[in-house]
Design a protein around this ligand. Structure first.
Ligand code: CUA
Length: 185
């Protein structure tokens, strides 16, 4: 007994649908594996550090008090940079970081949503009131890099930017408190 033409037609539709479903499945799997791979090997991932901070008091005491801002080297050699993003400047306006060494950048804001990127690096994050934005990176070569605010935050938004001074390891000299500031040039 031969198949009814309508039945053949149905079967062909099912075949095409399965083929497309398979193709889409492969694409989704490929996309997910690229995301996981880059996140694990190249520190490229969504800035999803859920760490709360009170925007009303962050500048008064604790981690983001004025004397703690900028670059700090801890006893174990870890480099952490703390920056406040506020209307309409970054505090401090210039940060010094060592070349070819892992650096942790931590940002907080007391007012509105800001965003920032550092040109030529994987650093690109939002800075949302109530949360600490944290990014890990490594700067491959010495340069003065631009760090503009990239989220419209008010009338002075276009004036809001900082400089990242990437210096060779020999020129990166913490003082007795483990602090490093930008060299005057
Ligand atoms: Cu801060 Cu735009």
């Amino acid at each position: 007994m031969t198949d009814h033409p309508a039945e053949l037609h149905e079967r062909r539709i099912l075949g095409t649908e399965l083929l497309w479903a398979f193709g889409v499945g492969v694409l989704i799997a490929a996309t997910l594996s690229v995301i996981v791979f880059t996140a694990l090997t190249r520190d490229i991932n969504p800035p999803s550090n859920v760490e709360r901070i009170d925007p009303k008091t962050l500048h008064l005491s604790g981690e983001f008090a004025e004397q703690n801002l900028g670059t700090t080297v801890t006893a174990d050699g870890g480099v952490t940079v703390r920056v406040i993003a506020t209307q309409f400047m970054f505090v401090p306006r210039c940060i010094a970081v060592p070349r070819q060494r892992r650096v942790t950048l931590r940002f907080a804001t007391p007012d509105v949503v800001h965003g920032l990127l550092i040109t030529g690096t994987n650093v690109n994050t939002m800075v949302v009131p109530g949360f600490v934005a944290q990014v890990h990176t490594e700067f491959p070569r010495s340069a003065d890099l631009l760090m503009p605010c990239h989220e419209y935050c008010g009338l002075g938004h276009s004036e809001m930017w900082a400089t990242v001074q990437v210096v060779p390891e020999d020129d990166f000299k913490p003082d007795q408190d483990g602090r490093v500031s930008c060299a005057q040039r």
